[in-house]
Design a protein around this ligand. Sequence first.
Ligand code: SF4
Length: 278
Amino acid sequence: MEVILSKELGFCSGVRMALKKLDEVIETHKEEKIYSIGELIHNNEVIKQYEERGIRVVEKIEEIKDGIGVVRAHGLPISVIEKARKNGYKIIDATCPFVRNISRIIEKEIAEGSKIFLIGEPEHPEVIASSFDYRDYVEIIDFHNFIPQKFENLKKCAIISQTTLEDDKFIEIATSFVKKCNDVHIYNTICPAAKNRQKSAIEVAKKVDLMIVLGGQKSSNTRRLYEVCNKFTKTIHIERITEAEKSLFENVKKVGITAGTSTPDWIIKEAVNYLEKL
Ligand code: SF4
């Protein structure tokens, strides 16, 4: 079977940085307990490997008894980290700079007196990390259920995107605000990794009979890859190729592969090796 790999796929800079920080902590603090606050990245296989090396995943900082906590790539609110450090917790912050950039933009727009709208998934850790400290000023709009009529009489507003949104979706929502408000500041804060992966996945999806999106089910950017590819061809979202039924490949001559930003290289290679033998 012909296999076409997306040009841009797999680990992004934020994920690489978070894993590097965790590896450094493991290397330099061999005698201490090490915790990941939230899953460091959204990939079960990677998390399993770190758990086997003794890393414990906790949901809240308070669950850390002693030792060091490493903040996930999607981050925690700055105030939460500062408070924990004041209370004596040892915290390494591995929040991706693209997530922190959203908080800086929010601060700037608050100072300018704008009404701020953050477009994304309200429950996503990244959205919470970037906006929680400014919750009195920011309204989070769930991009799945955007109702333009709900937003009227706006004098000055700022529209900001979650880092993993689909470009076209963000532009569509931002444009509807331009029609309602004379002074709109639009920040397309979709990160380059998410954008590039979507763009090159679409190029592949247009050429194949079946598209495989490899990545964690909780991974937002992987879900977006699934959604954009599914517009062009039959698409499945799985964590590993071993989950795919063989019958799926009947009558498939060309298959495409892309992978979310938390998917390690070995999972991509495993899929390529398997499919090339079919
Ligand atoms: S997808 Fe983008 S924002 Fe998320 S961790 Fe990677 S580089 Fe950072």
